[in-house]
Design a protein around this ligand. Structure first.
Ligand code: NAD
Length: 422
């Protein structure tokens, strides 16, 4: 019999959580025999050892991963994370969520994810470049526009993607932009990609507010994580009239019940590498997820809303900018409390949607104006939100179960049409 400690550990294992979410939805679908096993398991997991020359002349060996969960609907798609806590289980969970995310928004990609165990805050730009190039070189037989297309994730950015394009292109002896997405505009990037995940969060929040008859104007919002996803979500929601009342990142947190000046906070965070000390607000003393607000946007890491703190959440809407911020046990508590959770595989799918547009533009060699990108993003996200909401209403389930049901059905349909190669 597992003790309480190991139960808590299990609740915090992202791979176990991704599997529980999958199982709950799959149980409601009449899946053909054996198919569940086929789509549940990752297709391929690769571990690489990456020797890197450090600035002081020493040699360090980093561990990197790439998991391709599925290529049934198209090339594996998913970001690369640099973080000291990266594990193979975490990368595996993130890869599976990518499969379901791409299916929810109905774009022709499978799911993948990569990670390197490292602390980029303690590395120079040169060390990061050498690490990135070694990772890209070692995995260049997996990567490719038709096979596996990475993108940025936590602690990786446009610059990292540009290094990957360059490394891959040197190996291929030609420039290949479509090998990664989330690139700088000058290196085959798409207008609107940097803001796409945050814009998708905004579009989902708008839809949720409309469904629940809550006006966005004047709504109070707390945002955990002020990186790519959190900062853009906060900025765009402010433009819709919402009040950002609390923000936190790895440096600390600030709050103001009257609403923070988001443009000033953006500038402060850029100049000071974090939100801590922002003079336009008071230091946050309570955990941000428990802050008294109408809308909570977790936009940092996994396992932020657990069975320990879910009972203390005030928000009426949780918009999951991050991947896996809510554990399955917490989900149950939130459902009982009547909290409307917009699940990660729907809420943060704006990034991969515009990644798909970027990949299409690279392959066409023809680039769209930002308004066209944003217009297509809105069409895609609104359709996905409505598909999931309709499924939730039809089956009397929450939005997460409904999103998984929509996604699993789409993947299974393709497997049935393609058949199993033997
Ligand atoms: P990022 O590196 O740009 O930002 C991460 C932010 O989280 C930083 O502000 C960091 O300080 C903060 N943070 C880290 N630990 C924290 C903690 N314990 N408490 C509060 N803040 C903390 O990363 P990002 O790209 O914004 O990604 C954030 C989340 O969104 C991740 O879960 C990622 O997988 C997910 N996501 C990102 C994208 C994308 O396009 N970038 C797309 C979909 C999902």
């Amino acid at each position: 019999m597992p003790d309480e400690g190991s139960n808590i550990q299990k609740d915090l294992n992202p791979l176990a959580n991704a599997e529980r979410q999958f199982e709950e939805a799959a149980a409601r679908l009449n899946l053909p025999q054996g198919i569940k096993e086929v789509i549940k398991r990752p297709r391929r997991a690769t571990i690489v050892s990456l020797p890197v020359q450090m600035d002081d002349g020493s040699l360090r060996v980093f561990t990197g991963y790439r998991v391709q969960h599925s290529i049934v609907r198209g090339p594996a798609k998913g970001g690369i994370r640099y973080h000291p806590d990266v594990t193979l289980d975490e990368v595996g969970a993130l890869a599976a969520w990518m499969t379901w995310k791409c299916a929810v928004v109905n774009i022709p990609f499978g799911g993948g994810k990569g990670g390197v165990i490292c602390d980029p805050t303690k590395m120079s730009k040169g060390e990061l470049e050498r690490l990135t190039r070694r990772y890209a070189a070692d995995l260049s037989d997996l990567f490719g526009p038709e096979s596996d297309v990475p993108a940025p994730d936590v602690n990786t950015n446009e610059q990292v993607m540009a290094w990957i394009v360059d490394t891959y292109s040197m190996h291929e002896r030609r420039t290949e932009y479509a090998v990664v997405t989330g690139k700088p505009l000058e290196v085959g990037g798409s207008a609107g990609r940097r803001e796409a995940t945050g814009r998708g969060v905004l579009l989902c929040v708008r839809e949720a507010c409309q469904h629940l008859a809550i006006p966005i104007a004047g709504a109070t919002v707390a945002v955990q994580g002020f990186g790519n996803v959190g900062s853009v979500s906060a900025d765009l929601l402010t433009r819709d009239g919402a009040k950002i009342v609390a923000v936190s990142d790895v440096t600390g947190g600030v709050h103001d019940r009257a609403g923070l000046d988001v443009p000033a906070l953006l500038k402060w965070a850029a100049d000071h590498r974090g939100v801590a000390g922002f003079p336009g607000g008071k230091p946050l003393t309570t955990p941000i997820v428990e802050y008294d607000c109408g809308i909570l946007i977790p936009a940092a890491l996994e396992n932020q809303i657990t069975r320990e703190n879910a009972g203390r959440i005030h928000a009426r809407i949780i918009a999951e900018g991050a991947n896996g911020p809510t554990t399955p046990d917490a989900d149950k508590i939130l459902e009982e409390k009547g909290v409307f959770v917009i699940p990660d595989i729907l809420c943060n799918s704006g990034g991969v949607t515009v990644s798909y547009f970027e990949w299409v533009q690279n392959r066409m060699g023809f680039y769209w104006p930002e308004a066209e990108v944003n217009g297509r993003l809105e069409q895609t996200m609104v359709a996905a939100f409505r598909d999931v909401l309709a499924k939730a209403m039809e089956h009397g389930v929450n939005m997460r179960v409904a999103a998984f049901m929509v996604a699993i059905e789409r993947v299974v349909k393709v497997i049935m049409l393609r058949g199993v190669y033997a």
